[in-house]
Write a protein that binds this ligand. Structure first.
Ligand SMILES: C[S@@+](CC[C@H](N)C(=O)[O-])C[C@H]1O[C@@H](n2cnc3c(N)ncnc32)[C@H](O)[C@@H]1O
Length: 324
């Protein structure tokens, strides 16, 4: 696949996917910079892009949160693969995340990326070009399918790639957070049905703790800039997405556990990042001590990837019969 082949070049990429990828690149998330460089080379984006702009619409506190979420996800997925819990990962809403390519590069895994976005059709060629540019010899299989996580449109094609009854790992980062409660629950039911047909399957995501009220309150107390940023983010959530953070999110981890128990899941374990690694975005933090120290401890204790499995007492949901 030649880099100058116009057919393979990207035409567009959505601003949110670009902002997400840019934040990963700044934080040193593996391969994010390589993805971003190609996108810039195609002329789709030119730094400085939104997060670099002086209005600071993504402060360092948020970069740190994204970095730690991302590293927690990587760490837990890698450890589950190394433990032999599954050899297939099915990612929903993968956007421009470089995680799939990183994992097929060094694991004998079948990594299935899915998303609904228009950008997504171009993701396969982007991954191919990065792999070629890096001289990667992929150990795993990397597959791409359009799937809507709410309606499950497109899932039939994915099922053809799954070995019946064999456990898989379902994952996503930044999907249920952006949907109002009934859609989130629908997505959870969909995952539960996939997991039910493949006992031993796991669901890994950082989303339930994304805007945990305890974390929000503590961070806004520590940082005025972040407080302003979060109040804009939560207002946008309400206005654009119909998600009311106070009503639809959780006060603490107990509430998260309770909610997912009601949906038929139990927490298998938490994936917390190893704080042995340096948080690369930490030097950007402009808080003075002790607020800085307190913020990093808060991040360390609150940010995690959740690993769910089906609850033992699982009862299928009763689907109401249509009225005749
Ligand atoms: C905030 S981005 C996260 C992307 C990526 N996981 C990351 O970490 O950068 C949200 C993604 O969710 C996708 N999405 C939104 N609604 C969806 C749905 N119903 N089914 C599947 N993907 C969806 C969007 O297309 C977008 O790529």
């Amino acid at each position: 696949m030649g880099e100058d082949n116009k057919q393979n070049r990207l035409d567009t990429i959505s601003p949110t996917a670009l902002a997400g990828l840019s934040s990963y690149a700044i934080c040193g998330i593996p391969l994010a910079k390589e993805f971003l460089d190609l996108i810039c080379k195609d002329g789709i984006a030119n730094p400085p892009i939104s997060i670099f702009n002086p209005s600071g619409d993504m402060p360092a506190e948020d970069l740190i949160r994204r970095e730690v979420h991302s590293r927690a996800m990587d760490a837990i997925l890698r450890s589950l693969l190394d433990e032999g819990r599954a050899d297939t990962i099915l990612e929903f809403a993968s956007g421009m995340s470089p995680r799939g390519l990183g994992l097929v590069n060094d694991h004998e895994v079948t990594y299935i990326e899915t998303d609904i976005s228009n950008d997504f059709a171009q993701k396969r060629s982007l991954c191919g070009r990065v792999a070629e540019g890096q001289g990667m010899e992929l150990k795993g299989r990397h597959l791409f399918y359009p799937v809507d996580a709410i309606t499950m449109d497109g899932m039939d094609e994915v099922r053809k790639q799954l070995e019946p009854g064999k456990p898989i790992i379902i994952t996503h980062a930044g999907l249920i957070t952006y949907h109002p409660p009934e859609k989130r629950d629908q997505i959870s039911y969909n995952f539960r049905e996939i997991m039910r047909s493949a006992p031993g399957s796991l669901w890994v995501t950082p989303d339930p703790g994304f805007l945990n009220t305890a974390y929000l309150n503590a961070t806004t107390r520590l940082s005025g800039t972040y407080a302003q940023h979060l109040s804009k983010v939560t207002a946008d959530f309400k206005q654009k997405l119909g998600v009311d953070v106070d009503r639809d999110f959780y006060a603490d981890e107990g509430q998260i556990e309770e909610h997912y128990n009601r949906l038929g899941f139990k927490i298998q374990k938490f994936g917390q990042p190893e704080f042995g690694f340096a948080i690369q975005s930490a030097p950007l933090l402009q808080l003075d001590d002790p607020a800085r120290e307190e913020f990093l401890i808060l991040v360390k204790n609150s940010i995690k990837a959740w690993v769910f499995q089906l609850a033992d007492n699982y009862q299928p949901v009763q689907i109401a019969k249509p009225l005749m």
